[in-house]
Design a protein around this ligand. Structure first.
Ligand code: NAD
Length: 393
């Protein structure tokens, strides 16, 4: 890392993340962790008063706090280069990701957007082609675009990826990613629960329920660690209540481009489960297992050898895992730290590109990763609707 990065912060504006929201504040915590980002503006809610309330709580200049993202973008674009927001961080419900991103790209802002990338695969394709021909504020090069598939930021996930990519478990034969939550086991959307109400509404969530909300994380993790892209899916999607339109209980068989087989189970009606994201990768000579609720452990098995338990900050880890770790062995790191690894990688690149437009993020999931997530959702929905048939993703 160059000293010009160490002394700088990437300025950003957030869209979403207002009072009582979930992930916006996590993004802000992650952005602060390595002191590489500065929140300078925001449109935290479409309600001006609520947006201003969050802006005031965060100590923002209220002249840079808006109730309309179009006003925010227009105002920031007018500011001198040295003070204007450089990237727009999108943490609204899914249906607003593409409109906000599209407007941001038009101005030349870099974008860091939460998943799923947007509302449909067609929107994702439009964003991809728009980005390819857009110009950044810094010159004739496309703005940066990142997607916060934050589970890729855990040190032990990066260790698993390193082990697969360096061949230490041989050719990968099978990947299972189970993502089980129980918070939608009852119809809490009928009680106006904020996070539930838009997630079960196809107008705001998109074509996938659990599939879009957590299945896309699982699909990304399988590709990120396994190193091959999902080529085909066969899905069986279930809905636990007659009034729920979107799936809340999804099983998706996978076939990767490499020929590897796999399975994503994404359910939000699993009573007793919290944020149970479990990854298992089986190769010819070894296997790996990681569980999000015990994120500092990676289980490594190999033919004819005793099981190895690898720990964050412990001995024998790759540089990829070590570089994603902040504390010595036994000092637990978790969700915020993993999120921060994505943020800091993206912010470092934003800063570097002030001088070097060829700089690209090392780790941040890309727009194309997000677009593949949208194709995964739509292929799975089509497969299930067609009576569980194989569909290209
Ligand atoms: N990466 C992760 O682990 C993770 C976890 C949770 C949510 N998410 C994603 O983050 C996004 C937000 O999810 P959430 O659970 O925080 O939702 P939420 O309902 O808790 O918060 C959404 C926020 O967006 C604001 N908003 C709505 N319309 C707006 C507009 N027009 N302009 C500005 N702000 C507006 C709301 O006021 C609210 O503050 C979703 O896309 C979701 O899929 C990702």
């Amino acid at each position: 890392m160059t000293s010009s990065i160490e002394n700088s912060k990437a300025r950003y504006a957030q869209v979403g993340g207002g009072p009582d929201s979930f992930i916006g504040s996590v993004h802000r915590m992650a952005a602060r962790l390595d002191n590489r980002c500065e929140l300078v503006a925001g449109c935290f809610s479409s309600d001006q008063a609520r947006s201003l309330r969050t802006g005031a709580e965060l100590g923002l200049d209220l002249k840079r706090t808006f109730g309309s993202y179009n006003q925010l973008l227009a105002a920031e674009a007018q500011r001198p280069q040295h003070e204007r927001a450089e990237f727009i961080n999108i943490v609204t419900p899914n249906h607003l990701h593409a409109p906000v991103a599209k407007a941001a790209i038009e101005f030349g802002f870099d974008v860091l957007c939460d998943k799923p990338l947007c509302h449909s695969a067609a929107e994702a394709a439009e964003l991809s082609s728009q980005l390819a021909s857009a110009n950044s504020f810094y010159g004739k090069v496309a703005p940066l675009f990142g997607v916060t598939y934050n589970y890729s930021g855990y040190p032990m996930v990066r260790e698993a990826r390193h082990r697969v990519h360096s061949g230490s478990i041989g050719t990968v034969r099978h990947i299972t990613v189970e993502y089980s939550q129980g918070w939608l086991a009852q119809q809490i959307e009928t009680e106006q629960q904020k996070q539930a109400s838009w997630r079960v509404d196809p107008e705001r969530a998109g074509a996938g329920g659990a599939l879009g909300d957590i299945g896309t994380h699982a699909a990304h993790l399988a590709e990120f660690v396994g190193g091959s892209k999902i080529a085909r899916v066969l899905a069986d999607l279930g809905t636990s209540f007659s009034s729920r339109v979107l799936d809340d209980n999804a099983s998706v068989l996978l076939r990767f481009e490499s020929g590897c087989r796999g399975l994503v189970c994404a359910t939000q009606v699993a009573v007793g489960r919290e944020n149970g994201l479990r990854l298992r990768v089986f190769g010819e000579t070894g296997s790996l297992e990681w569980f999000q609720e015990e994120p500092n452990t990676l289980i490594v098995d190999a033919l004819d050898r005793p099981r190895k338990i690898m720990r964050t900050g412990g001995p024998g880890l790759s540089q990829d895992a070590a570089a994603a770790t902040r504390l010595p062995l036994g000092h637990p790191e978790g969700f915020i730290e993993a999120f921060a690894n994505v943020f800091t990688d993206f912010a470092d690149t934003v800063i570097l590109r002030r001088q070097d437009l060829s700089a690209t993020p090392q780790w941040t999931p890309s727009l194309e990763d997000g677009a593949r997530g949208m194709r995964f959702i739509e292929a799975a929905v089509a497969s299930s609707a067609a009576g569980q048939t194989w569909i290209d993703a």
